[in-house]
Design a protein around this ligand. Structure first.
Ligand code: FPP
Length: 247
């Protein structure tokens, strides 16, 4: 343990993205309803946000609700949406105290109005903070995002302000929900599943993937340090050979 002391501050990822998974199983293991897992998942969100800001991570993106999550029982959806309202309202002052800006990506207008309202309040009230940006992915999926981007770019081509051959990395990035945010160098998924589940497909082209069996409510600061330590001990080659990277 004690991974924090082993971290190299100059080699920290700028952006960490997390697929928070395993709340339901965590609750089931404790013979509790699934929602109990989500409530405890909020504590992990708080811990990981705090640890990231303390370390100097600039962006933390959390997959909080996917477009596919609407297929869950309505009781669970409602509980998650209410938990979001409650958590955002409760945490705004802590976010401000810690100079953390809240933003969100996804089809936000489809969220229940109370969730949408709390989210907009949170975003508005933290918009001038500069230490770290916490991005919540809500009603998000990468395919949704790519479709939106293609639609926007398509209309630029149609109205003559862009030629098809001018479409490049930069144009695509400008039209993604994450526009202006650097790609995550590290993507973490908890609970032992080895899937991307429609999260940030464009942005993770070169990300290091870190999978852990730890269930999300059990993911503490030390687990984050361990993931970053693992990341720092990988060689990121970006298509080059090993000798070109060293020095
Ligand atoms: C995955 O566990 C978790 C979610 C779909 C929701 C994540 C939500 C929170 C941690 C709470 C609210 C978040 C914020 C940012 C305030 P699962 O239900 O898929 O678990 P399972 O795979 O074991 O069933």
């Amino acid at each position: 343990m004690h991974f924090k002391e082993k971290l190299i501050i100059e080699k920290l990822p700028k952006h960490i993205a997390i697929i928070m998974d395993g709340n339901g199983r965590w609750a089931k293991n404790k013979l509790q309803p699934r929602v109990f897992g989500h409530t405890n998942g909020v504590s992990a969100v708080r811990e990981v946000t705090e640890a990231s800001a303390e370390l100097g991570i600039k962006y933390l993106t959390l997959y909080a609700f996917s477009t596919e999550n609407w297929n869950r029982p309505s009781f669970e959806i409602n509980a998650l949406m209410n938990l979001l309202v409650e958590t955002i309202r409760k945490e705004i002052s802590t976010l401000n105290k810690n100079n953390i800006k809240l933003t969100a990506i996804g089809g936000l207008e489809k969220l229940p109005s109370s969730t949408y309202k709390a989210l907009m309040e949170g975003i508005e009230q933290t918009k001038n903070n500069t230490r770290m940006t916490l991005v919540l992915a809500l009603n998000y999926s990468a395919k949704w995002e790519l479709i939106k981007a293609m639609q926007s770019i398509g209309s630029l081509v149609q109205n003559g302000s862009l030629l098809p051959e001018q479409i490049d990395d930069q144009i695509i990035e400008q039209n993604l929900a994450t526009s202006g945010i650097p790609d995550p160098e590290l993507l973490i998924r908890t609970s032992g599943e080895h899937r991307i589940s429609n999260f940030l497909l464009w942005q993770i082209a070169y990300s290091e993937l870190y999978f852990t069996n730890t269930l999300w409510p059990d993911f503490h600061k030390e687990n984050l340090y361990e993931a970053i330590y693992d990341f720092q001990n990988r060689e990121r080659r970006f298509g080059k050979i090993s000798e070109q990277i060293q020095s």
